[in-house]
Design a protein around this ligand. Structure first.
Ligand code: UD1
Length: 377
């Protein structure tokens, strides 16, 4: 095939959808490999259905494991796929373990590596994703960026800027494509059997997600966060779709009950269209997700990010994002500022216009022609 596209985990699915569409519109032969890093139906199948992604041609079914085991398993299982399909290039997105694993296999075989969402840096090497980002960019032949800071980051690391193309944000392509189809918040709550009365009475809600190891893996940190969130929910009720990792920690640390003591609607992980609706309709969003910082900026919804740093600084410079870490005082202050109407509306960054995937495929088609001619098969 021409391009072997890779997905592994939830934040990859919304990025690959517009790319697959644009590749096919251009007549390039694309195949889709799912590594199986995420496998639960609510972390996985629902996204394919919501986003209209074709069924993966191959599923490597790696499942969970330590970082080393997961990364190694993807590599071991992906190599024969490359041998078999002989792609002209492998396209990876984002920063999960599947991203670096497949990029590394391809580069060692002399197959071109294309990285979409290149050059983002939190400058926090304690984040597993930062390691994946830095290493993937070093071995990529073609790098597509979402914001202008990224190119400077790459230049600093010695990446040849001739390989770097600022195209915008494919995740925002997906958001704009699906905005009208988003599930209204009341429907999501009703489907989960939540009593709507407190939400109606409060005249709104905040949407909350949490899954970063730095927030959920330490009992003291997670306990303080839960207490803070419970107390905030007295002023504005919260809707909290819970990631499997977070649920396991909350239960393991005996915090599950405490979480329910506030006005917090606890939901299973949301599908794409549900989460989009929950963000779009929210008064504010509290999150430690990377992608949601960008999605809220595109939607114009205030975002309070429960991290000390971000690899997506455009959301601070131009968007609706503020960083507060996991310190209760800073969280409360940011939350109160939004409720007091003291928040920035922000603007939508350059090239976050729904056409990033088209730009990628334009560049990609030219690059493939230069690299070597297509062969049949
Ligand atoms: C991964 C990504 C992270 C991304 C997140 C979104 C890496 C290094 N991290 O983190 O960047 O923001 O996905 O979800 O790749 N689990 C399930 N069902 C699943 C998937 C996972 O129960 O379908 C459980 C696993 O057993 C594990 C935990 O969730 O205990 C974490 O899963 P894993 O994929 O290792 O990492 P995430 O924390 O989800």
């Amino acid at each position: 095939c021409d391009i072997l596209c890779i997905v592994g985990a939830r934040p990859n699915f919304m990025k690959i959808a517009p790319i697959m569409r644009a590749l096919s519109a251009r007549g390039l032969r694309a195949r889709l490999v799912h590594t199986g890093q995420h496998y639960d139906s609510d972390m996985n199948d629902r996204f394919f259905a919501d986003l209209g992604i074709p069924r993966p041609d191959i599923n490597l079914e790696v499942g969970s494991g330590s970082h080393a085991v997961q990364t190694a398993e993807v590599m071991r299982r992906f190599e024969p796929v490359v041998d078999d399909l002989q792609p002209r290039a492998v396209l990876v997105v984002g920063d999960v373990n599947s991203t670096i694993a497949c990029a590394l296999v391809a580069s060692k075989k002399g197959v071109g590596v294309i990285h979409v969402e290149a050059g983002l840096r939190s400058y926090d090497r304690g984040m597993p994703e930062e390691i994946n980002r830095v290493l993937t960019d070093q071995i990529s032949d073609l790098l597509f960026t979402t914001e202008r800071h990224a190119e400077a980051n790459l230049a600093r690391e010695g990446v040849d800027t001739g390989r770097v193309h600022f195209v915008g944000n494919v995740m925002i392509d997906t958001l704009l494509h699906n905005r009208e189809r988003a599930v209204p918040w009341r429907e999501s709550l009703r489907a989960a059997g939540v009593d709507l009365a407190p939400f109606e009475a409060a005249g709104g809600y905040g949407a909350l997600t949490l899954h970063r190891p730095s927030n959920v893996d330490d009992e003291g940190v997670l306990g303080r966060l839960v207490d803070t969130l419970v107390s905030l929910s007295r002023d504005l009720p919260l809707v909290f779709p819970v990631h499997p990792r977070t649920r396991a920690r909350l239960e393991g640390f005996g915090l599950w009950k405490r979480l329910q003591s506030g006005r917090i609607a606890v939901l299973p992980p949301a599908g794409y269209l549900e989460m989009l609706g929950l963000m779009r309709d929210a008064r504010l969003v509290l999150t430690d997700s990377g992608g949601m910082q960008e999605e809220t900026t595109a939607l114009g919804v205030p975002c309070i990010t429960l991290r000390d740093n971000t690899e997506r600084p455009i959301t601070l410079d131009e968007g609706t994002n503020v960083l507060v870490g996991n310190d209760p005082e800073r969280i409360v202050a940011a939350f109160n500022a939004v409720l007091a109407g003291d928040d920035r509306r922000g603007r939508v960054p350059e090239h976050w216009d729904g056409r990033a995937a088209e730009r990628i495929v334009d560049v990609l088609a030219g690059w493939l022609d230069q690299r070597r001619p297509a062969t049949a098969g």
